[in-house]
Design a protein around this ligand. Structure first.
Ligand SMILES: [Zn+2]
Length: 80
């Protein structure tokens, strides 16, 4: 069975197992840690999660630096 449409993106994509919470790689049919067999619904959910994580990762890198600077500046101003 093949749920992937782009196999070359598979490397870093993981999502937490619904049972044990450890990482499952994209394309795997069961959890390597607790051997829980993924259902079609689980797989759909995990794929959504992976997509979201990927997008969020990009945004985090862009957003987190200015936010940190802002918070530090704010704390600095408050402490004076
Ligand atoms: Zn598991």
């Amino acid at each position: 069975m093949d749920f992937d449409f782009d196999d070359n993106l598979e490397r870093k994509e993981t999502a937490p197992c619904p049972v044990c919470g450890k990482h499952i790689k994209r394309g795997e049919m069961e959890c390597l840690h607790c051997s829980y067999e993924l259902t079609v619904f689980d797989i759909r959910h995990l794929k959504k999660y992976m997509k979201y994580q990927k997008r969020k990762g990009g945004w985090l890198a862009i957003k987190i630096v200015p936010v940190l600077i802002f918070i530090l500046a704010f704390l600095f101003l408050l402490s004076n």
